[in-house]
Design a protein around this ligand. Structure first.
Ligand code: ATP
Ligand code: MG
Ligand code: MG
Ligand code: MG
Length: 482
């Protein structure tokens, strides 16, 4: 089954259960001051849950383009290093607005996964909310009993924490317990060594969460108390790329038919073989991931710029250029040339990309040209100062490293790599001191999303607080098990 078929089967299944299928909302949010990008399937339906607008249908299903690069959900730093978090991904979802509740939602989820997609039952685990006495929240025994009925035993049911199994929109508003489904994709040999149950929610790359079923049961009031909502809702979200990994029998989202065309294109252009070298693999994954974010965001109307959402997009492009430049030796604009491959692949489900292909390509190419130029200027600056560094004990001082980073957009690991080529080292501690000072200056940055919706200060501009300053080497250590 190809990824396009997998997506279609999800929609067909929920259509057969009386759901109205709607297209994805644009990934860019223009009319909501509290959210820059759609970060979950339910975000476009917020008004229905809040009761601000009546839902046009009681049952809806769709695939929603999501972006998790800022605020409460920020997966950017995982991307490329792990194999199942993306910046842009599709969230498949089914919704009940005051219609069916836990029983149907859980039965259908199980039916779809095991009877339609034929995923092995003995590799699936489910979690239900385990309660939180400190907040007076009870265990979700209703979901527990339902699962017990569906699975025939308690063996594969876990009780989860508030963090993983209780959803809240913000400090007040709709909230409720959720029930997640996880899959163990390890080899038989590995499974024999450690039970999958022990690895759920443990950052294991082959034991991953695929589906979250949220039950909006309560409304949290200003005083913190919970009251039952007059109408109860279901909000589910399944990571499409992870589902494809499970169904296609792969160990990584990047090995699926969703990502392979991009991975192939990039590795051909870089003249490398994917899967042979950890550094070039990471760079390839970063580029395959980021080109999707860039293309969809631009097609949906968010151009790269120097502030707010535009800056988020610019940073993602620069992050990708950094990896391409440093590890794959791309010194000329290249990302824009990947767009047609992506647009063709997505044409049947997201035609907006194909329709705007040449525009998207032009925007990306111009950004690449501009950043590659500053990269070159930064390199020249390094050359000019080389004598000084040599006299300084072959060290690039922290202030200069920070200037390169701040003014030229040079990430520290790029500076470190160039330093190494010149027989120099970088004063990382000095750099970090400068970075801390910069962070303190921008701590009052305008956007500080902490929950699903927060108020954005429209007056202030988002300040450049820079790239992650962890080096590739230290990140690799952190992700050694991948
Ligand atoms: P995780 O614990 O793996 O970070 P999550 O609990 O943050 O996932 P939810 O907010 O519950 O995710 O979103 C619903 C589903 O969306 C998840 O079960 C997962 O399949 C998928 N998903 C979440 N974040 C990502 C991501 N960054 N890339 C790809 N899929 C994702
Ligand atoms: Mg997450
Ligand atoms: Mg989770
Ligand atoms: Mg979850």
């Amino acid at each position: 089954m190809t990824s396009n078929e997998i997506r279609k089967q999800f929609l067909d299944f929920f259509a057969s259960k009386g759901h109205h299928i709607v297209p994805s909302a644009p990934i860019v949010v223009k009319d909501d001051p509290t959210l820059m990008f759609i970060n979950s399937g339910m975000a476009p339906f917020k008004d229905y849950f809040l009761g601000n607008k009546p839902a046009p249908y009681k049952r809806i299903a769709d695939t929603q383009k999501c972006l998790r690069v800022s605020g409460k959900h920020n997966d950017l730093e995982e991307v490329g290093y792990d194999t199942y978090h993306h910046t842009m991904f599709e969230m498949l979802g089914n919704w009940s607005f005051g219609d069916y509740f836990k029983k149907d939602a859980l039965h259908w989820a199980w039916e779809l996964l095991t009877e339609v997609y034929k995923l092995p039952k003995d590799r699936l685990y489910v979690s239900v909310f385990g309660g939180d006495p400190s907040e007076n929240l009870e265990r979700d025994m209703e979901a527990f009993e339902l699962w017990k009925g569906i699975l025939g035993s308690e063996e594969r049911i876990l009780f989860g924490s508030k963090k993983d199994n209780f959803w809240e929109m913000g400090d007040t508003g709709p909230c409720g317990p959720c029930s997640e489904i996880h899959i163990d994709l390890r080899s038989e040999e590995e499974v024999a060594k450690t039970p999958g149950k022990d690895l759920v929610n443990n950052d294991h790359p082959q034991v991953v969460e695929i589906w979250n079923n949220v039950f909006m049961e309560f409304n949290r009031l200003q005083d913190g108390s919970l009251v039952k909502l007059p109408a109860q809702h279901v909000d589910t979200g399944m990571g499409f790329e992870r589902l494809c990994m499970a169904i296609e029998g792969k160990q990584s989202n990047y090995d699926t038919s969703v990502f392979q065309p991009l991975i192939q294109f990039i590795s051909d252009a870089a003249d490398i073989k994917y899967g042979e070298n950890e550094k070039t693999d990471i760079a390839t994954r970063v580029i395959a991931d980021h080109i999707r974010t860039l293309s969809f965001a631009i097609a949906d109307g968010q151009l790269p710029s120097n502030n707010k959402a535009g800056y988020v997009i610019r940073r993602i492009l620069r992050r990708a250029v950094r990896y391409a430049f440093t590890f794959l030796n791309f010194k000329k604009p290249f990302f824009y040339s990947i767009v047609p491959t992506l647009a063709d692949q997505m044409a049947s489900v997201f035609p907006e990309l194909k329709q705007q292909q040449s525009f998207v390509m032009r925007v990306i190419e111009e950004e690449e040209i501009a950043f590659l130029r500053t990269l070159e200027n930064g390199l020249k600056r390094l050359d000019t100062l080389e004598e000084k560094f040599k006299q300084n004990g072959n060290v690039i001082d922290g202030k200069t490293a920070f200037e390169l980073y701040d003014t030229f957009g040079f990430p520290l690991d790029l500076t470190a790599l160039i330093a190494r080529e010149k027989g120099l080292t970088v004063d990382e501690a000095g750099f970090n001191v400068e970075m801390e000072q910069q962070k303190n200056r921008s701590r009052n940055a305008s956007v500080s999303e902490q929950s699903d919706w927060v108020i954005v200060n429209d007056e202030a501009e988002t300040e450049f607080i820079g790239y992650d300053h962890e080096t590739t080497e230290t990140r690799m250590l952190r992700y050694r098990k991948v």
